[in-house]
Design a protein around this ligand. Structure first.
Ligand code: IPE
Ligand code: MG
Length: 233
């Protein structure tokens, strides 16, 4: 899910944009609970992109620390519900050390949970993820441990931020904007796309249920013809 529309939600109410982000937190946990009820095992949310650093400094600061506050205030509850929390993205400067530490602690605390894996794409960019994978692969080639002729799609997948994560079946972006904006570029090659118009702070589990009902009507062919038994996972 690409959580979008927080700023517009606030601007329409003549509130500060940060108020939209604050309201978005309630939407997130409502959708997570709805996902748990449905048995969704993987849910990834785009909360801060490598491009979001271009926003005004005050908004950037707010978002970085707000994401940390959310972890601190919600991780016990998420852990009790059987949620494994993971972060996908670049883990280094300019993300403050305290934030990186909280991320690492939260991942460690929840790492054995399997009811749902909730991924936060934070300081994440799909192109950056591919660049980082290519760097690691190039290092293996330079070290002589990998023959370039043996590089396959699986090689790249193994070097993504979270190789165990399955490709998303559905990519959903709130607020009606019809773009991927650098979200899970490699992974979303065959994802179904949906762009509900609801702004993120107004998003609730019923919007997720509606999207999944529509998803169930779609015919996924993965470049082949309709044969559901042979679709790649
Ligand atoms: C999404 O809402 C939140 C983040 C990407 C951090 P926006 O802040 O992009 O909201 P709009 O697009 O300005 O309405
Ligand atoms: Mg936006």
């Amino acid at each position: 899910m690409i959580l979008d529309g927080n700023g517009r939600w606030a601007e329409r109410r003549e509130l500060d944009r940060t108020e939209g982000h604050r309201r978005g937190e309630h939407a997130l946990w409502d959708v997570v609970d709805g996902g748990l009820d449905l048995g969704i095992e993987w849910l990834s949310t785009f909360v801060f992109s490598t491009e979001n650093w271009r926003r005004p400094k005050a908004e950037v600061e707010f978002l970085i620390w707000f994401n940390r506050d959310i972890l601190l205030s919600r991780r016990e509850e998420a852990h009790a519900k059987g949620i494994r929390i993971r972060f996908l993205g670049r883990r280094g400067r300019p993300v403050p050390k305290e934030v990186l530490d909280t991320i690492a602690e939260t991942e460690e605390m929840t790492r054995r949970n399997r009811r749902m894996t909730l991924c936060f794409c934070f300081n994440y960019g799909g192109r950056a993820e591919i660049v980082d994978a290519v760097r690691e692969i190039a290092a293996d080639v330079a070290a002589g441990s990998l023959d370039p002729a043996r590089i396959t799609e699986q090689t790249i997948r193994r070097h993504l931020y979270f190789p165990d994560m399955p490709d998303p079946d559905l990519v959903l972006r709130s607020s009606g904007e019809q773009r991927l904006s650098n979200f899970l570029l490699w992974e979303s090659a065959y994802s179904e796309l949906m762009f509900p118009r609801t702004l993120w702070p107004d998003f609730r589990r019923r919007h997720l249920f509606e999207a999944i009902a529509r998803y169930q009507q779609r015919d996924r062919r993965f470049g082949g013809i309709t044969d559901h038994d042979n679709a790649p996972s």
